[in-house]
Design a protein around this ligand. Structure first.
Ligand SMILES: [Zn+2]
Length: 406
């Protein structure tokens, strides 16, 4: 039997452990906000230490912690990085769930719970992949670093951004293990759109609402502005796999104090998604042009726009060694070449690619488009968890090179 087959066989026998580990991770509530990743970090620390990895916990704030685990190879380089987040979004209205959101219930091939698909299942698959490699007696030619990070769902300040600031995110390639199964087929998310969140403010004049002619209604001005912004077309070269840029105008709106007062102030938010090659400045220019035009037509119109959150789009070459290795591993395990697909959102990969220059796959992991991540009854296919444990193992073996343990 080849070393690869040894590893795959080993992982197959670890399936019950993989399911139990995912359940344990789900049962450690790590809802963000407010954010508390201590329980999940402890479970991973125990699990990864058991297989001989060197584990360190990096505390980034009260109750905020990041796990760094290293599987030593024959040499220190090349280095392969796995990044996955330990926080989850809130469970929402519990009465809409048919199972306990933090119970880790299994029904047939589905494992339910908040974070099952986004992305505690992936964390368990990574841990199982590394355990399979070790137990099969395989030694890699370089190190594998596993970062199980806090705070992805809110802004990464306590998580990936913290690990980068501490100089811990050093690697030659890697995977951000966000879900990438579409219609039951494993794909590679080789690019992800960026986001540019903008706050617009309109200024009016307060007056008694019984005589509106004396005032300027900032909310009505905002209405016309939002309608105009929602019709904006952002220029971008069409992308091979990503959807075109989008503007959602007015996802949040605030204004007015009392029924009988003409409101003098209103603010609203826009969610703009951008493609590689687009900049924050380009988006701001478009919005400002709209404001200027409206001001020309209506001298009482006064508005301002500011960016309050920005992450550029991310993309790694199709011929990047990690993409090729992941593709070869998928073919070996699942029997087909994975397609390159688009990411729907932004994730921690942007910081690793942009700020550290590490070619990471922006999304490659269990969890499919029917998993209802962030929704009720979130779930993950157990079959996919096992497949990804195998695929992760082979991807690191193909990327780093490997030999039998002496
Ligand atoms: Zn996620």
């Amino acid at each position: 039997m080849s070393l690869e087959e040894n590893v795959l066989g080993r992982i197959e026998t670890l399936k019950p452990n993989l399911v139990r580990l995912t359940q344990k991770l789900i049962r450690e509530k790590s809802v963000n906000p407010p954010g508390n990743e201590v329980g999940v970090a402890r479970v991973l620390e125990t699990e990864l230490s058991k297989i001989g990895m060197k584990v360190a916990l990096h505390h980034s704030g009260p109750n905020r912690v990041n796990v760094e685990a290293v599987l030593l190879g024959f040499r220190r380089h090349p280095r392969f990085l796995f990044n996955g987040h330990t926080d989850v979004v809130p469970e929402g209205d519990v009465s809409k769930w048919t199972v306990d959101p933090f119970g880790g219930v299994v029904k047939g091939d589905l494992l339910y719970g908040r974070g099952s698909s986004d992305m505690k299942g992936a964390l368990a698959s990574i841990a199982t992949a590394l355990r399979g490699i070790t137990e099969a007696g395989v030694k890699l030619n370089g190190d594998v670093i596993f970062h199980a990070v806090a705070d992805e769902e809110v802004g990464a300040v306590y998580g990936t951004k913290y690990m980068i600031a501490k100089g811990l995110a050093r690697a030659d390639m890697g995977i951000v293990a966000e879900s990438s199964v579409f219609g039951g087929k494993i794909a590679i998310r080789q690019a992800a759109r960026g986001n540019c969140w903008i706050r617009v403010k309109t200024f009016g004049k307060a007056a008694h609402a019984s005589d509106p002619t004396h005032g300027v209604n900032a909310i009505l001005k905002m209405s016309t502005l939002l309608l105009a912004l929602s019709r904006l077309k952002l220029q971008a070269k069409p992308h091979k796999i990503l959807p075109p840029p989008t503007i959602s105008a007015g996802t949040v709106i605030k204004g007015g104090t009392k029924t009988n007062i003409i409101p003098e102030y209103c603010e609203a938010e826009l969610d703009v998604r951008i493609l590689p090659g687009m900049s924050k400045e380009q988006v701001v220019r478009k919005v400002t042009q709209t404001i200027d035009l409206m001001n020309k037509r209506d001298p009482q119109f006064s508005a301002k726009a500011e960016v309050f959150s920005y992450a550029p789009a991310v993309e790694i070459p199709e011929t990047s060694p990690v993409v090729l290795a992941a593709s070869k591993a998928t073919e070996k395990v699942a029997g087909y070449r994975p397609k390159l697909r688009a990411g729907h959102g932004t994730n921690d990969s942007v910081y690793l690619v942009r700020d550290c220059g590490i070619p990471v796959i922006p999304g490659f992991g269990p969890g499919n488009d029917l998993s209802n991540a962030h929704g009720t009854d979130e779930n993950v296919n157990i079959t996919d968890l096992v497949k990804f444990a195998k695929i992760y193992a082979l991807t690191t073996m193909y990327s780093l090179g490997f030999e039998a343990e002496p």
